[in-house]
Design a protein around this ligand. Structure first.
Ligand SMILES: Cc1ncc(C[n+]2csc(CCOP(=O)(O)OP(=O)(O)O)c2C)c(N)n1
Ligand SMILES: [Mg+2]
Length: 803
């Protein structure tokens, strides 16, 4: 169903007619899918529907200008576009609506996303890249409005890097940087800060981004007068228009029902973006919502009669149809015949999708009923189990939940019995869960050979005359080695370019590697992250620097909603191995000492979260991550850059393993677990504890996500029988997670002779100054006293009370 992109100038009337007809057919197909899709929800076959009706025609024009290698970053209205580029057919559309978990049937997300969230596949089965220059690409949609914007910036910037940075292997990703990143957004969603941040950043960076606003005057029920100054996004963005003196944007405004004009505007927009790498805004207005916003409500509730009547008259499909009749492309009769035929095709596709969706569950139902009936035969609770079997058997179109409810409940009737059929039921349930659970849970992290915890450690090597240096120099020299080793790597952030970052860990790197690879950015954390996500999705290895951990919150929403879910929501078909470099811990002041690790741990499942205690460890993490294919946050110790560390010889090569702890001091009496800057305080305190006869074992967690994959901490607890977790996050923050990992997951409770404890910071953010830190975060004295108290409780004779 895909479309070619000839311009009207190059072709005969017959060609032109054929192309317009083909477009119209795509649009009618899309519209019929929307109409029938809504009915599927209202009859209960699908749970929710949000469709592209009313936005068909501009998407045809966009698809014509969209070439192989290009990327889309859009939202839930774009089904017509996806159909026009050949990435979505009728059956797949309905498979998405039903939530089919087979990626072959539902290529957008294998049923993980609600319908209307689109994607193409960037990766092969083994996680390696496909050749993205030979296909039309769509980055996977997310639901938060404007959440598609930050990554769009990076998708566009990748073209600039591929065009202008020499030495990168571009084969699978770019042809001369000619690719455009196309964004789509609803008019109301332009109210989000992410929209404005992205628009400004793309203007600064001058990247090939074509931003399309589908304007239907509403955001659900809320009219444009509450959304946009002057109710007109292109009007208020006029100041971005480029002129003879200044770079900026090309801005177009075009009516969404005006097919010939749309085609023309999109062709012109594409030339500007592709050739000149100038960003373009296309404001497509006068669009409609024939069925209202989604299946959750009716627009008759909030649109006036006049507006509803206008929407009928200006429905882009009927306007296109009218124009086609006026231009002798078809007659009304021919149009009707086409529409009728397509209606039939859509019904057929829908039926095929439903049949395919219910088929596996029906087979599973038959199996489950059989094992249940067998288990019932000799049971004293035969009647109850048979009832469960019969109730399951009569369900016409079963879902998996119903199958598991029946089989799992049956086990409760068999607790006191032993039989082969009971064993068979237990085995069947276990096998069924093992088979089905991955359909809903696989690919949160990479499952390829390049997954981060599969990369082997390599110790730093030291020459005999290795110097003790300011640790920032290890960081700098290691980055130097990285940029040489990986031409596709680049770093950017606030102050990361010209001065070489606020702590001089990149000193001289811009001079050596150029302004495109080591760059300053504006103060805009969300889009710094977006640059990273987008470029990583196109095969580059970006390191996005968030200046301080405290300010990561500005990018946290995108990190959580977009980056952390990417592999999961595409069932492993897209990846963005961006590295987020930041620095934090134990400086002073409410916004300069952050350790909101609990928040990050909870919001960033899907991303690795690494907390090296010094710069050698941190540099080793970067070296590991660049060999892998996964995203990660590395939190460097803000107070560690001027501390002395020994300069390794194998820069760019030594690797800190992911998910592996390190025992920095062995001991017999108690296990002290910590990470980052606090670890240094724990190490110091362990020396003081030794002076009073307490032999503490000190373990550096190093990696919070994933956590101690070898379960080494429990081995320590097995030896010491006591556990204290020391953490500078709030009480119940990261320390609660660490305790759950050790006590519950690693079963350390079995070996404990004392209550496992945590020592965290105060609940408030840390006050300013040295005393502010002392009275806010765990100090050496706090740690000493806590440990001593635990030892006193165990052996009061040996350790008399301190207080
Ligand atoms: C961050 C966020 N807030 C709210 C919502 C709920 N929501 C979904 S769509 C929508 C309206 C969007 O309107 P618009 O951008 O004009 O797109 P349209 O649906 O009109 O095409 C809202 C408020 C959301 N998905 N994400
Ligand atoms: Mg809208």
């Amino acid at each position: 169903m895909s479309n070619t992109s000839k311009t009207t100038k190059d072709i005969t009337f017959e060609d032109f007619k054929a192309e317009v007809l083909s477009d119209y057919k795509i649009a009618v197909t899309s519209r019929e899918c929307s109409l029938l899709g809504r009915r599927e929800v209202l009859t209960g076959k699908a749970k929710f529907g949000i469709f592209g009706d009313g936005k068909e025609v501009p998407q045809l024009a966009m698809a014509k200008a969209f070439k192989n290698g290009d990327f889309r970053s859009g939202y839930y209205r774009d089904q017509t576009f996806m159909m026009a580029i050949g990435a979505l057919n009728i059956q797949q559309f309905f498979a998405g609506l039903y939530g089919h978990t087979d990626i072959a049937e539902e290529p957008m997300s294998a049923g993980r996303q609600m319908g209307g969230h689109f994607a193409t596949h960037s990766l092969n089965e083994d996680g390696s890249w496909k050749n993205l220059t030979q296909q039309k690409n769509s980055s996977a949609d997310i639901s938060p409005t404007a959440g598609q914007m930050p990554r769009l910036l990076g998708l566009a910037q990748a073209s600039k890097i591929y065009r202008e940075v020499k030495g990168i292997d571009t084969e699978k990703f770019s042809v001369n940087g000619d690719e455009i990143a196309w964004g789509t957004i609803g008019n109301a969603s332009t109210s989000e800060g992410l929209f404005f941040e992205t628009i400004n950043a793309a203007g600064v960076l001058q990247v090939p981004m074509v931003m399309n606003v589908w304007d239907d005057e509403y955001g659900i029920s809320v009219h444009a007068k509450h959304q946009t100054t002057k109710e007109n996004i292109s009007e208020i963005l006029k100041g971005f228009q480029r002129d003879e003196e200044n770079n900026g944007y090309e801005i177009f405004r075009v009516k969404g029902w005006d097919y010939p004009n749309l085609v023309d505007v999109y062709q012109r927009a594409a030339i500007v973006a592709r050739k000149e790498h100038c960003p373009v805004l296309i404001h497509v207005n006068e669009l409609t919502q024939p069925q209202g916003h989604s299946t959750s409500g009716s627009h008759e509730r909030y649109k006036s009669k006049e507006r509803l009547a206008w929407e009928v008259e200006f429905d882009c499909m009927s306007k296109m149809r009218q124009w086609m009749i006026e231009n002798n492309i078809f007659t009304d009769e021919e149009a009707k015949a086409i529409e009728k035929d397509i209606q039939k095709q859509v019904r057929k596709g829908k039926q095929a999708a439903w049949t395919a969706f219910v088929k596996p569950q029906k087979e599973e139902q038959i199996e489950a009923v059989a094992v249940l009936k067998a288990a019932a035969v000799n049971s004293s609770n035969k009647a109850f189990i048979e009832k469960l079997a019969n109730e399951l058997e009569v369900i016409k179109e079963p879902i998996r939940k119903e199958i598991l409810i029946a089989t799992r409940k049956a086990l409760r009737y068999l607790t006191t019995e032993t039989s082969e059929t009971k064993t068979a039921l237990i085995i069947w349930i276990a096998g069924y869960k093992a088979k089905i659970q991955p359909k809903y849970s696989a690919n949160l992290y990479s499952e390829s050979n390049l997954r981060a915890d599969n990369i082997n450690a390599e110790a730093p090597k030291y020459n005999d005359d290795a110097e003790m240096v300011d640790a920032r120099l290890i960081m700098r020299d290691n980055f130097d080695a990285i940029f040489t080793k990986y031409p596709e790597s680049l770093i950017f952030g606030e102050d990361a370019g010209h001065i070489g970052d606020v702590n001089q860990g990149l000193e001289g790197m811009q001079e050596k590697y150029g302004e495109l690879r080591v760059s300053d950015t504006g103060i805009r954390e969300a889009t710094i992250l977006g640059q990273g996500i987008g470029m990583a999705m196109r095969g580059l290895r970006p390191i996005a620097e968030i200046q301080y951990l405290d300010y990561i919150l500005y990018s946290l929403q995108i990190m959580s909603d977009d980056l952390a879910t990417l592999q999961y929501r595409t069932n492993g078909k897209q990846k963005a191995p961006v590295i987020i470099r930041t620095r934090g811990h134990r400086l002073e002041g409410i916004w300069h000492s952050g350790s909101q690790m609990g928040g990050l741990i909870h919001l960033l499942r899907g991303i690795h979260l690494l907390v090296p205690r010094n710069m050698t460890k941190a540099a080793g993490f970067y070296n590991t991550l660049l060999e892998g294919d996964e995203p990660a946050v590395v939190v460097e110790c803000l107070n560690g850059y001027r501390l002395k560390e020994k300069m390794p010889a194998n820069l760019g090569e030594f690797k800190t393993p992911i998910g592996v702890t390190e025992t920095v001091k062995e001991g017999a009496d108690i296990t002290l677990v910590s990470y980052g800057s606090t670890l240094r305080i724990v190490e110091e305190t362990a020396k003081e504890l030794a002076q009073v006869g307490i032999d503490a074992e000190v373990i550096d967690i190093q990696s919070l996500l994933p956590f101690d994959i070898n379960h080494d901490i429990v081995k320590s607890v097995q030896k010491t029988n006591r556990l204290l977790v020391i953490d500078e996050d709030v009480p119940g923050g990261a320390s609660a997670y660490i305790l759950q990992e050790i006590v519950e997951k690693q079963n350390a409770y079995k070996f404990l002779d004392s209550k496992p404890q945590t020592l965290a910071a105060k609940e408030h953010r840390p006050a300013y100054g040295t005393d502010g830190d002392y009275f806010s975060k765990p100090s050496a004295e706090d740690i000493f006293e806590k440990v001593y108290d635990m030892m006193h409780e165990a052996n009061p004779a040996k350790f008399p009370a301190l207080f």
